[in-house]
Design a protein. Structure first.
Length: 131
């Protein structure tokens, strides 16, 4: 495989290290972000700012932006997530859309786990979903 992980949103160095655990050594991480960072000097990490640049599907999509609508997430997964692939998405528990997004994700995906990550990110859950 040429790639296996698509990250949408800002990527910090610690997050990059965590994402490396999800891909095999030689595989690439593609990140859709407008934020420029020295982290993108890593040889297996590629930054782009337009979805039209993506020509492949991924086994994992990590959405790290609370501002995206469910419709955007749905379009991204339909276009770029392999069948049987995984969607990782942190959600603010205090968001007025939390229950709505959780309900919609439950309809479109198998929810594998809702991980409480409040020790690291206040009032946040990480949803692990399978297509």
């Amino acid at each position: 495989k040429n790639s296996s992980l698509l990250c949408i949103g800002d990527l910090e160095p610690n997050s990059y290290l965590n994402l490396l655990d999800l891909v095999e050594n030689k595989q690439k991480i593609f990140c859709l972000t407008k934020t420029s960072s020295s982290i993108f000097q890593q040889e297996n990490l590629f930054q782009f700012d337009n979805l039209d640049e993506i020509k492949t599907k991924f086994s994992v999509i990590y959405v790290n932006n609370y501002e995206y609508t469910y419709e955007f997430i749905q379009n991204i997964t339909k276009s770029f997530l392999n069948s049987g692939g995984y969607l990782l998405i942190p959600l603010l528990k205090s968001s007025i859309n939390f229950d709505d997004i959780f309900k919609k994700l439950s309809h479109d995906f198998q929810i594998i786990q809702e991980a409480n990550i409040e020790l690291y990110f206040r009032n946040t859950s990480l949803l692990v979903c399978k297509s």
